[in-house]
Design a protein around this ligand. Structure first.
Ligand code: ARG
Length: 475
């Protein structure tokens, strides 16, 4: 994070709220090492939101009086403004976002500020802040996924008749339409959106009230705070509430999968854009040139998506490793949850945002795709199926077609370019109708069932997908 003019560097002081217990101040190095304010200050708005709900509850149940509540509201409102305007002075010696805000509140409103922390601990406070932050982030990411899905649908809709080679082992396998190929990514993103929606349920539980670890002796109402902050319910067990980071790990796992999907698509865009394929072109604004080779147009953005997938996958492993040996309940280790989580959110958000735009800027070369499908004997399976339907056992049909492909390859022709008598040498069952199945269109049209590549089926899949996305967006 860039150093801010408003961040005060460590000095050997002891104005921590806990310093009463200690006989000497921590060194500047230890302060810097243990502080999280450099990165957790981005939770400030959520911290204030949580504090406002907590204070309101404290007043409602009579733990603080209405004057204190009014002062706290006023003070936190002012702090929120100071932070937004960049006027707030963050102090490393105050460790984290929570203590920085609390100290400023007390400076602004006196004793009422000191009462805010009644019946809570930074342990349940930080867990609440992260959940509020992540809930917002998930909502933003979900709408970006939908935006990218719209871009996929628009592109797929234009290419329900555009034939390309379908690959297995990156060898030409069978013809498919480009729209069908793109819709495979729609399905991946649909699962991704469902996974995030499911993860959100477990994010949206309120830890506040667990206090340090065991709960609190004050007559608090956790339900009131949950309602105020729009949590679905409260975390059931106080020890679990302060120490659980499953929700962050789940989110990072879902994020790693999304990035993995985008990385696969990126790999395809990179291949398709290479002159050896020539299937598509990316808009110039997503590419760069070479300083030495004037002919180059490099697909930097998809390459970086592929590269950044590594770091997001790494964050998942970091969080799993962070948690794996922690005894209950809160341990300072948990402070290390934030940077991987924040970077995952940031990387994923930027990637999805850029991807939706990149897809709308793709230029497709249907002719090149078609020629590539023609070159690879993509209809050989169709010929084998044709013979099988005429009564030849599939294994024999496979062998006959293999011979025919070999013959055609030797003379540098496609199967559909062989004359009928030439084809009949491989099986007497072949008649003139064979040319219907040997064409690319004949092949794709015949895959006419749900999930198949026939243009009609592809169009139907696109309209089902539009319905699915509409039903989610109107919720
Ligand atoms: N900055 C801490 C974190 O991010 C807040 C909780 C600290 N609690 C404590 N008892 N030291 O986890």
């Amino acid at each position: 994070m860039a150093a801010s003019k408003n961040i005060i560097t460590p000095v050997e002081t002891s104005n921590s709220p806990w310093s009463g217990r200690f006989s000497e101040p921590v060194s500047a190095l230890v302060q810097r090492y243990t502080a999280s304010v450099g990165f957790d200050r981005r939770l400030a708005d959520y911290d204030i939101q949580g504090s406002l709900a907590h204070a309101q509850m404290l007043s409602a149940v009579g733990i603080i009086n209405v004057d204190d509540l009014a002062a706290i509201r006023h003070g936190l409102g002012q702090i929120r403004e100071e932070i937004r305007n960049g006027e707030f002075v963050w102090r490393t010696e105050l460790e984290d976002v929570h203590l920085n805000i609390e100290k400023r509140l007390t400076a602004l409103i006196g004793d009422a500020g000191k009462r805010l922390h009644t019946a809570r601990s930074r342990n349940d406070q930080v867990a609440t802040d992260i959940r509020l932050y992540l809930r917002d982030s998930i909502d933003g990411i979900l709408s970006l996924i939908h935006r990218m899905q719209h871009a996929l649908l628009d592109l797929a809709g234009k290419h329900t008749n555009t034939v390309m080679p379908g690959f297995t082992h990156l060898q030409v396998a069978q013809p498919v339409v480009f729209g069908h190929h793109l819709m495979a990514y729609f399905e991946m993103l649909k699962r991704d959106a469902e996974r995030l929606t499911d993860c959100r349920k477990r994010v949206n539980q309120l830890p506040l009230g667990a206090a340090a670890l065991a709960g609190t002796s004050y007559p608090i109402s956790r339900e009131m705070v949950a309602k105020q902050l729009e949590f679905d319910s409260v975390c059931e067990n106080s020890l679990d509430a302060v120490s659980d980071r499953d929700f962050a790990i789940e989110f990072c796992a879902a994020a790693a999968l999304i990035m993995t999907h985008l990385s696969r698509l990126s790999e395809e865009l990179i291949l398709w854009m290479s002159p050896s394929f020539g299937f598509i072109e990316l808009a110039d604004r997503f590419c760069t040139g070479s300083s030495i080779m004037p002919q180059k147009k490099n697909p930097d953005v998809p390459e970086l998506v592929r590269g950044k997938t590594g770091r997001v996958n790494g964050h998942l492993v970091a969080l799993l490793t962070l948690m794996k040996a922690q005894p209950l309940a809160y341990n300072k280790d948990n402070q290390e949850d934030k940077e991987p989580l924040f970077d995952t959110v940031d990387t994923l958000t930027d990637t999805l945002r850029i991807y939706a735009d990149m897809l709308t800027g793709i230029r497709v070369n249907p002719l090149t795709m078609r020629e590539a499908a023609m070159r690879g004997y993509a209809t050989a399976t169709d010929l084998a199926d044709y013979l099988t339907k005429k009564g030849l056992p599939f294994r024999e049909a496979h062998e006959a077609v293999a011979q025919a492909v070999r013959f055609a390859a030797e003379s540098g022709r496609d199967l559909s370019a062989l004359a009928l008598p030439e084809l009949q040498k491989f099986s007497p069952l072949i008649d003139a109708e064979v040319f219907c199945v040997l064409t690319l269109e004949g092949s794709i049209d015949s895959r006419d069932h749900i999930g198949g590549t026939a243009p009609e089926q592809t169009r139907a899949a696109i309209s089902r997908a539009r319905e699915w996305i509409d039903s989610r967006e109107t919720r």
